[in-house]
Design a protein around this ligand. Structure first.
Ligand SMILES: [Zn+2]
Length: 329
């Protein structure tokens, strides 16, 4: 093998133009998905304390922002709902006039070109904050699966373009597929949160979505951070059940999982740069410890380089604006 001094790796790094030519991973706005929290009311924009720059919006605020987001170059949103009332099973999630259903209608009217993804779970909708129906203090898997079908059909009717179940309930993808297929939505794709870890990085999201469990935690259905082979099993099962795209969540602490999923299955793979990943970068930047713009973009490049085709990120709008101005590493 040719080596130093005949070979000098620095030659390709000297000229900014050459660096551009040999760059392996390029960031474009095409891969960005912007998460949005929809709340009841009108004219509401309620900032989330632990996530600077992120607010809950009422449906009309979403309608006002949607065309701007489209013009900034972000192709897709994913909607989360904060309902006006909660109950033991989360029935507000499949109401025809539910908060996300109203948001979808408003958004599709204002910017039909934007892809409307919807998160499917119950933790924002149950009074106990768990991800579905309880049996004692445990999640009742099969009753929850049944209700996920109802939620999916209701959101499909309201105009969702992609259904994204996040509850890590066994059989959720086949349950939702069956419900959609028998109600006239056989062509609606499912993005499964296939490998979702029980992570401490979700902290600020619970603040944003008002979904902290009243007792216990989610370790009985979300994955153990120590496991990687299990993630591949989860992805294999969800694909078998009919998932069209799969997700790894969180992103930065799980880049190895993204890479293994992409290498093994070669299917459209999303990664969720979660609230904690976002807030910790901003907090460090606010202290002057990190260059905010630089670490934001570097983190997104890293997630893409690991193999993610799509990145769900609260940085989506800012990153898209920078990319439009010709930003480069
Ligand atoms: Zn949940």
């Amino acid at each position: 093998m040719t080596t130093y001094p005949t070979l000098r790796m620095r030659r390709n790094r000297k000229h900014a133009g050459v660096r551009r030519l040999v760059r392996e991973t390029r960031l474009t706005a095409d891969s960005l998905i912007y998460p949005v929290f929809i709340c009841p009311g009108s004219g509401v924009e309620k900032p989330v304390g632990s996530m600077p720059g992120v607010s809950q919006w009422s449906a009309d605020r979403l309608a006002a922002e949607a065309p701007r987001i489209r013009d900034e170059g972000v192709p897709a949103l994913i909607l989360f709902g904060i309902p006006e009332d909660k109950d033991a099973i989360g029935s507000a999630s499949w109401r025809e006039d539910g908060v996300v259903q109203r948001g979808l209608e408003a958004m599709k009217k204002a910017a039909p070109e934007l892809v409307a993804m919807v998160d499917l779970c119950f933790c924002e909708y149950t009074d106990h904050g768990h991800c579905g129906v309880l049996a004692g203090e445990d999640l009742d898997n099969d009753a929850t699966r049944e209700n996920l079908g109802k939620q999916a059909v209701s959101l499909a009717r309201a105009g969702a373009d992609v259904i994204a179940p996040s509850g890590m309930v066994d059989g959720m993808v086949s349950g939702i597929r069956g419900a959609l297929d028998t109600t006239g939505f056989p062509e609606l794709p499912i993005l499964s949160y296939a490998a979702k870890y029980a992570s401490g990085f979700y902290g600020p999201f619970r603040d944003a979505a008002e979904s902290t469990p009243a007792f216990g935690d989610r370790r009985s259905h979300q994955m153990d951070p120590g496991n990687a082979d299990e993630a591949l099993r989860e992805v294999a099962l969800d694909l078998e059940e009919g998932a069209d795209m799969v997700m790894v969540k969180p992103a930065m602490p799980y880049l190895d999982i993204i890479r293994r999923v992409k290498d093994r299955f070669g299917v459209p793979t999303a990664a969720y740069q979660v609230s904690g990943e976002y807030s910790m970068l901003l907090a460090a930047a606010a202290n002057g410890w990190l260059d905010e713009e630089r670490v934001m973009m570097e983190s997104l490049v890293a997630i893409r380089r690991a193999g993610a085709d799509m990145v769900l990120t609260y940085f989506a709008r800012r990153a898209a604006k920078l990319l439009k101005k010709g930003w480069t590493l």
